[in-house]
Design a protein around this ligand. Structure first.
Ligand code: S3P
Length: 171
């Protein structure tokens, strides 16, 4: 297994914020699959969805994780919420490092994503309903992909990061 920290979970679960904090604590650089894809493609995730469709975005996600496996060194990786849905990706993630599921309730995610316009999957319609149904499907997938699960509801990124460092030092 690689030595990186890999953060998975739903949109708005705090992967990027916790990732930043964890990066500060460990000294490992923070990488983010959405950012890597945007840099490589020269366009935003929203644009990729709009112009090329979700399938193409998912293909780019797999390519990105594969390229990370070839990259030596330690990092904290924040992973797009839908990336673990592909079985191939789940295996790649588990090989790349310690996979940590940041778990959040729908209400927490809805609060954090209020006013957000960057998530194509949450645009239009009844957002609460969408979050609840996506989460019901994805929750078990995240659980089964992760080496460990950390609850994030009502907690600070600092507190969550401390727990991750502790859990990983014991694993
Ligand atoms: C997605 C999550 C987003 C981004 C894209 C699709 C998803 O990343 O990859 O909008 O399917 O859950 P975040 O989890 O960082 O919001």
């Amino acid at each position: 297994m690689g030595t990186g920290f890999i953060l998975i979970g739903f949109m708005g679960a705090g992967k990027t914020t916790v990732g930043r904090c964890l990066s500060g604590k460990t000294g490992y650089p923070l990488l983010d699959t959405d950012c890597l894809i945007e840099e490589q493609a020269g366009m935003t995730v929203s644009r990729i969805f709009k112009d090329f469709g979700e399938e193409e975005f998912r293909r780019l996600e797999t390519e990105t994780v594969k390229s990370l496996l070839d990259r030596a060194g330690d990092w904290v990786l924040s992973v797009g919420g839908g990336l673990p849905l592909r079985e191939e990706n789940r295996e790649l993630l588990r090989r790349a490092g310690k996979v940590i599921y940041l778990k959040a309730r729908p209400g927490t995610v809805l609060d954090r994503l209020k006013g957000d316009t960057t998530r194509p999957l949450l645009r239009g319609g009844d957002v609460r309903e969408r979050v609840e149904s996506l989460m019901a499907f994805r929750g078990p997938v995240y659980e089964s992909t992760a080496h460990m699960t950390v609850d994030t509801d009502g907690r600070s990124p600092e507190d969550i990061s401390d727990e991750i460092v502790l859990l990983c030092s014991q694993a």
